[in-house]
Design a protein around this ligand. Structure first.
Ligand SMILES: Nc1ncnc2c1ncn2[C@@H]1O[C@H](COP(=O)(O)OP(=O)(O)OP(=O)(O)O)[C@@H](O)[C@H]1O
Ligand SMILES: CC(C)(CO)[C@@H](O)C(=O)[O-]
Length: 290
C-alpha cells in the first residue's frame, strides 16, 4: 500500500525592503531585497484519499486552519504537478496577508508535499520554480518563495526563480518578535506604480551589500518604508517606541506588521509573538516534527 500523506514545513518570510522586477515570463519576474525567514511558518499536509494508480485521488478538499478555504497560487502549482485532486490542509499560526508570505509558503509546501506523495520526481529547484511562477502570476508575492526555500536571512541579489535569480544571505541568527495590526493588500501595492518604491529598494540593497549586517538591514528597512510611503501610523509608532527603548524594529512588507530583533518589542511594552530566524528553509517533515 502506498503512503497516503506527505507533509512539508515552510518558514514565514518577512521582507525588510524590496524592489519589484516584473517580466513577461513569471520565472524571470521577481524582486530584489532582503528579509528574515522565521521558525513560525506554514505546515502543508497533502493527502490522497484512496489507493488510485494515478495517485492524486483525494477529494480535492482545501482547508486553511481547519476551515474550508484556498489560496490561488496553491491550486496553480498543484495543477502544474498534475495533482489537483489531492486534499490540501494548510496550517499556520501566522496571520494571512500581513507580510509573512503565507501564500508563498503554502504554495511551496504544497508543491514539495505533492511531489513527494505522488512521486513526481521533480528536483528542489524545479519545485521552487513552479511555486515561484504560481505566486508571481497570482500577484501575491515576488520574492517570498525563493527566500523561503533558502531559509536564514536571504538577500535577493537578482530577481527570479532558481537558475535565473541569485541569492546571497546574511550569516546571522536572532530571536525575532512581531506584532500585527492588520492586512495590507500585496496585489494592490504591486498592481500600482512601483517606481519610487523600487528606487528606494535599490538604495537599501546597495547599503546592505556594502555592510551585510542585521542592524544595517533594519536601518535600511526603516528608510525604505519611509521613502516608499508605506508606513501606517500604528506601525510607525511601534517602530519609534522600539527605537526609543534601544532596539531595532522595522515594518514587514507588505503588512501592517512590525518585526524586531531580540526583545525589542517586549522592551517597548508590546506583547509580541516570539520566534527565531529559521536556519533550514523549506523542507519535507515527518508529521508533527519540524
Ligand atoms: N483568510 C484569508 N485572509 C486573507 N487571504 C486569504 C484568506 N484565505 C485565503 N486567502 C488568499 O490567500 C492569499 C494571501 O496572499 P497575500 O499575498 O495577501 O498574503 P501573504 O502571502 O500572507 O502575505 P504577504 O504577501 O503580505 O507577505 C490571497 O490569494 C487570498 O485570496
Ligand atoms: C512583494 C513582497 C513584498 C510581498 O510580500 C515580497 O514577495 C517580496 O519581497 O518580493
Amino acid at each position: 500500500m502506498s503512503r497516503q500523506r506527505a507533509t512539508a514545513f515552510v518558514p514565514g518570510h518577512v521582507t525588510a525592503f524590496f524592489s519589484a522586477h516584473p517580466a513577461a515570463r513569471p520565472a524571470a519576474a521577481g524582486s530584489r531585497g532582503a528579509g528574515v525567514t522565521l521558525t513560525d511558518g506554514v505546515t502543508v499536509r497533502v493527502s490522497a484519499g484512496g489507493e488510485t494508480e494515478a495517485g492524486d485521488g483525494g477529494s480535492g478538499a482545501r482547508t486553511i486552519d481547519g476551515e474550508s478555504g484556498t489560496i490561488g497560487a496553491v491550486d496553480d502549482a498543484l495543477a502544474e504537478l498534475g495533482a489537483t485532486g489531492v486534499d490540501v490542509a494548510v496550517e499556520t499560526d501566522l496571520p494571512i496577508g500581513a507580510g509573512f508570505g503565507v501564500s508563498g509558503a503554502a504554495t511551496l509546501g504544497a508543491a514539495l508535499a505533492a511531489n513527494d506523495l505522488l512521486d513526481r520526481g521533480r528536483s528542489e529547484n524545479e519545485l521552487v520554480r513552479i511555486a515561484h511562477e504560481a505566486e508571481v502570476a497570482r500577484g501575491t508575492g515576488l520574492g517570498d518563495v525563493v527566500a523561503q526555500a533558502r531559509g536564514g536571512v536571504p538577500i535577493r541579489v537578482e530577481p527570479g526563480a532558481p537558475g535565473i535569480g541569485e541569492l546571497d544571505g546574511l550569516p546571522a541568527t536572532a530571536r525575532v518578535e512581531y506584532v500585527t495590526f492588520g492586512e495590507l493588500s500585496t496585489e494592490e501595492v504591486l498592481g500600482g506604480d512601483t517606481t519610487a518604491l523600487s528606487a528606494a529598494g535599490e538604495d537599501a540593497l546597495d547599503r546592505l551589500r556594502a555592510d551585510p549586517r542585521l542592524p544595517t538591514m533594519m536601518d535600511a528597512a526603516r528608510a525604505f518604508a519611509r521613502e516608499a510611503d508605506l508606513l501606517v501610523p500604528e506601525v510607525a509608532a511601534a517602530i519609534d517606541a522600539v527605537g526609543e527603548a534601544g532596539g531595532e524594529a522595522a515594518m514587514a512588507m507588505l503588512g501592517r506588521t512590525v518585526f524586531a530583533l531580540g526583545t525589542g518589542l517586549s522592551d517597548a511594552g508590546y506583547d509580541p509573538e516570539v520566534c527565531r530566524i529559521d536556519a533550514a528553509g523549506a523542507r519535507l517533515t515527518v508529521d508533527g516534527q519540524g
